[in-house]
Write a protein that binds this ligand. Sequence first.
Ligand SMILES: O=C(O)CCC(=O)C(=O)O
Ligand SMILES: [Fe+2]
Length: 203
Amino acid sequence: MEELLDRISSEIYQNSYVIVDDFVDSGFRKALLKEQTELLEKGIFRNAAVGKGDQKQVRTEIRSDEVLWMDSDNLSPLQASYWERIDQIRQVLNQRCFLGLRSFEGHFARYPIGSFYKRHLDQFHAVPHRVVTVILYLNDSWSNEDEGALRMYFPQEDGTEHVQDVLPLGGRLVVFLSGEIPHEVLPTKKERISITGWLRNID
Ligand SMILES: O=C(O)CCC(=O)C(=O)O
Ligand SMILES: [Fe+2]
């Protein structure tokens, strides 16, 4: 984990993003996926909203995933163990990148077949406190034909954008600066499950 934390902090410092394959082992991933699938079957998932406070609304033309927020006071043992690992990332990013990260918030997300999330930034006027986005994919298998990639846009110095597509491979962790990297989820041809969270500079 030490080496991994080194790599995460140096790549965030240099590139504003990092991709870590097999961040969790397949036993842990499968257990989380099972736990989440059970919640899903109980119908606890909600259509994801866009915006915050009074502005909050379900806009399925922007995003059509379903989310379930994790309750920090009521974490399952698996969720707690994931939070602990994220907290190690939080600490190393504070030590090496001086990001002043104080807390984490996160939700499970399910993208049914055909769903997507249009291009956006995770940090904007209504949610200024999200500094680092952390996504863990839980899918059993994924290939190019399943589509549903995370498409990231990297602004270049000459004003153009470099585009990178990242497949939601199970166990893969994607970390990036929430205010710097616009991204979208391309329409998926297979159900797509993840945990998306944000390290914030408030408690
Ligand atoms: O699941 C992904 O790949 C990205 C999700 C996302 O952009 C978000 O929830 O803000
Ligand atoms: Fe996002």
